[in-house]
Write a protein that binds this ligand. Sequence first.
Ligand code: G3H
Ligand code: 13P
Ligand code: ZN
Length: 303
Amino acid sequence: MSLVNAKELLIKAKNKKQAVGAFNFTNFEQLKAIVNACKKENTGCILAVSESAIAFMGIDNIIEIVKNETKNTKVKFALHLDHGKSYEICKKCIDAGFTSVMIDASHFNFEDNIKLTKKVVKYAKKFNVSVEAELGKIEGIEDNTKSLESILTSPTDAVNFIKKTGIDSLAVSIGTSHGAYKFKGESKLQIELLKQINKATNFFPLVLHGASSLNENLILNFEKFGGKINGAKGVDDNSIKQSIKYGICKINVDTDLRIAFTTGIKETLQNESIFNLREYLKNAMKRTEYEVIKKLQLFSLKV
Ligand code: G3H
Ligand code: 13P
Ligand code: ZN
């Protein structure tokens, strides 16, 4: 199956009250593990790369490995640029064959965010590439010196933004942040706000960033093999289910997969005489695959 535009996956998921997993990868083994998990679960997903992952792997290599790994699968995959910060990087990805891009102009003011997003949408539409944008700032509420209004997504702004830009999906800020330290106390999303955004935007495809769970098992295993990750806290499964129920149809995960992969390496290298790369990479892939399968099952749960 050739790569698909992410919009069709998101609309299908939203109609079924499910969410599509968007999984970041940084190397061939992570990609392979994600695709294997999807094959086993008979579920498609969005394969996501950040600008730094592109710089690390090389854009042409990404296209080739993604096309090769996904070509004989029955399930659908989109290749997506995650948090593209400029028109130039979005254009570069579209020209290279990505089927979806995110223009993250959330660091600009509202009008400039609209202006840049619109420019990307105009170019992407010519190639049937879907566009995600971001409104609000996904940077965590606790410890933040900024006002809540400047961080969280406003439902009214969301409506105007969608109308003015022509985007296909919107990343909303409802209390999550990237990385391993999202909350100090309980894992709490702004579900009431999400409900309002969902209603105001007439059930537009909404995206949850910073959705890693940092679940107990993941952390215990990482620490068991020498990892140190004190105070890590992520989004619990119940919050994920709630977010899907109230409008999220794409869920971004990176940190959990980084931890699973690294744990696999650490585990194998407990045996100090091992120096065959394939031994520890295989274990890293196995742990990644396990984590992705659990996510796919959670996201496809009817709530
Ligand atoms: O949203 C951010 C992702 O976790 C990507 O992070 O730029 O280190 O690849 P990265
Ligand atoms: P996590 O850091 O929670 O995995 O979030 C990843 C993400 O949002 C990528 O865009
Ligand atoms: Zn993100």
